[in-house]
Design a protein around this ligand. Structure first.
Ligand code: SF4
Length: 410
């Protein structure tokens, strides 16, 4: 049985404009998103009402140990708007002492005073969407902010951290952007380390078809590093950050000791979490569910949930569980990997099923095990770092082929 969730994700879908690589569930509000009386402000108010309604009809559960406000751009909200959401969540579930409360912030949307305000209402960890330090690159990928805004935001966050007001903070960078090569990327990493951020999220650029980049790429005009170069860049990222004391605790996440994100780890551990908001994914009892990605769809869904009484529906999900293939997929992202037999038994497999089926998985993974991209130690399987982490998709495809080949009624 999956334990009840102790984590919650709130989706704040507003952005000034859509970045060229982004296919998230967002609503672009334009430059005047925060101007009093603007249409952007009314959209935010209307959405927050829906979000509060969704929190109110969720079933009760244990006190939360991690809360994450992501987006979109949560820093388009005012301090009291974020505070009201936290109060609603706290009233519903309660917060454990020392709960990690993270908010994503975008350098184009806040000043130092805003950060102080968010801290006052309980935010104790920030994740800054810097993405790059180079002005030309930032404009090429459609970000609204520039280099000096990233650097300034980092210094405000670091000040709060050094004073002990923040428990941690993180900086996001995107690897393998157009025009990127090994030498300019290492300069980006050097600047990231210079900010003294104790946590770095390094995402690989993914080209999604329905984006500006997707369309340019289809015409063969996006100048991104070819696969071999991209792997070299990832290899050097890993080497460089480790030489600076960072450890890679998940494929895209590097932290100094004690600064791994507790909320991140929930996603990859197979534990459940609440999710609230348009496009948000939740897995309250282990089974994933994604909400509609448009505001009209979300509103309609919410009306339906209210009328059929969500509490009853979700309570019935207590008996369901995340399927084993999904548990393996998310578990393998973590440095510590997965103990296959333990996982299978938790999912209800008998010893006989484990003996038969897991041996078969070893056959599907034979090449990966032989070449050392996948490692095995006392029943625990984990990706080697960096090689296995770089080709994790191939290893997962082999696992899904195994899963589809099983004769099972699950
Ligand atoms: S700020 Fe983030 S969520 Fe918004 S469009 Fe850009 S990448 Fe997407």
């Amino acid at each position: 049985m999956v334990a009840p969730p102790r984590s919650a994700y709130l989706h704040i879908p507003f952005c000034h404009k859509r970045c060229f690589y982004c296919d998230f569930s967002i609503i672009p509000l334009g430059d005047s998103a925060q101007a009093p009386g603007s249409p952007g402000v009314s959209s935010i108010n209307a959405y927050l009402e829906l979000l509060h309604r969704e929190i109110s009809i969720a079933p009760r559960g244990p006190a939360l140990s991690t809360i994450y406000l992501g987006g979109g751009t949560p820093s388009l909200l005012k301090k009291n708007e974020v505070g009201d959401l936290l109060k609603n969540l706290q009233g519903k579930f309660g917060f454990q002492d020392g709960a990690e409360i993270t908010m994503e912030v975008d350098p184009a949307t806040f000043f130092e005073n805003d950060l102080n305000g968010y801290v006052e209402i309980g935010i104790n960890r920030f994740s800054l969407g810097g993405q790059a330090f180079d002005d030309k690159t930032l404009s090429l990928i459609g970000r609204k902010h520039n280099r000096s805004q990233v650097i300034e935001a980092c210094s405000w966050l670091n000040n709060l951290f050094k004073k002990g007001i923040l428990r941690s903070w993180s900086l996001d960078l995107i690897q393998n952007l157009p025009g990127s090569n090994l030498s300019n990327w290492i300069k980006e990493l050097e600047q990231a380390v210079d900010t003294e951020a104790p946590h770095l999220s390094i995402y690989d650029l993914t080209i999604e078809p329905d984006t500006v980049f997707g369309r340019i790429h289809k015409k063969g005009k996006l100048n991104i590093p070819i696969e071999f170069e991209a792997q070299k860049i990832d290899f050097q990222t890993n080497r460089f950050l480790k030489s600076k004391g960072f450890s890679r605790y998940e494929i895209s996440s590097y932290s100094l000791p004690g600064h791994a994100s507790r909320h991140n780890r929930v996603y990859w551990s197979g534990a459940g979490w609440w999710g609230f908001g348009m496009g948000a994914t939740s897995a309250p009892w282990g089974e994933r569910f994604s909400r509609p990605r448009t505001i009209a769809g979300y509103k309609k869904w919410l009306n339906q949930q209210e009328s059929i009484f969500l509490e009853k529906t979700l309570s019935n999900e207590k008996s369901r569980q995340m399927p084993l293939d999904e548990l393996i997929m998310i578990g393998l992202r973590r440095r510590e990997g997965v103990h296959l037999e333990e996982l299978a038994k938790n999912a209800g497999w008998t010893q006989k099923e484990c003996d038969k089926n897991l041996k078969l998985l070893d056959k599907f993974w034979l090449n990966s095990l032989k070449e050392g991209s996948l490692l095995r130690n006392n029943g625990r399987y984990f990706l080697s770092d960096p090689r296995g982490m770089q080709i994790s998709n191939q290893i997962l495809i082999q696992m899904f082929l195994w899963w589809d080949s099983l004769d099972r009624d699950q």
